[in-house]
Design a protein around this ligand. Sequence first.
Ligand SMILES: [Zn+2]
Length: 307
Amino acid sequence: MRRGIVLGLLIAVGALSMARAAVQAPPPSGPSAAALNATKIEKVKDNLYSITGSSVAIRDAFSGGNTGVFVTDTGVVIVDTKLPGWGQVILDRIKTVTNKPITTIINTHTHGDHTGSNEFFGTSVETIVQENTKANMEKMDAFKGDKAKFLPKRTYKDRMSIGRGKDQIDLYYFGPGHTNGDTFVVFTALRTMHMGDMFPWKDAPFLDRSNGGTGVELPKTLEKLLKGVKNVDTIIGGHQPVQQWKDLEEYQRFNADLLAAARASMKAGKSVDEAAASINLTSRYPGYESMRVKAAIQAIYDELNKK
Ligand SMILES: [Zn+2]
């Protein structure tokens, strides 16, 4: 291979987010003490829990995205399954709150830090994803060949409800953003929504363009979510503590402002570096970090340049 191609590949690999890099299996020695310690089961409301993970930035303590645990009359529904190798820990944590069997997995999206331990739970558990996410999962080595049997068997396009009464769960798809198949999981009776990496942290988003992610559509998709879902007050995000609805409204505004600033910088002829240096949203958004702003601007520039 020519040097330029190799260099280009290296840059492309380097540009993958930490979330994707973290998709690698944990070392054979098993989860580190720090990672186990960061992976706690916390009560969100009544019969709904979240099994946490560390911030993506703390690599040696990272186990993957927050796992929702909803204990229904007929069994346990889990939302997202962390990295490969975390199934037993998820099960152990669930056993501390219920003896009911796990009947259903919902994956908010394709990434390996949210689907990595699906396999652990076997083929008798029903797995549900938005249809684009199933197509994305089919491209992952973790679901190829022999392992295709672990692919989700149930999909939906825009909306699906499972369970009834206090056990009802509504699934919504409002369009692309983080990927092109992100599900919003609403536990109706508890006024709580698990939304995976459509609200992963308080910082710029990871826009996974290789799986249909888009910074141009993300603010619109979040706007549709804000208008289309009623009676939710509590949010479980991908990689952060529990948030409130007003935090989600703020995250939508942050993403709209980030896109507008990136567009304006591009129009002014600024490079990505210049744009990243001049765009300061943290003063308007207290508590927000800017570790991911440059990568998001790069993704938006590429998208606007149709790269
Ligand atoms: Zn993700």
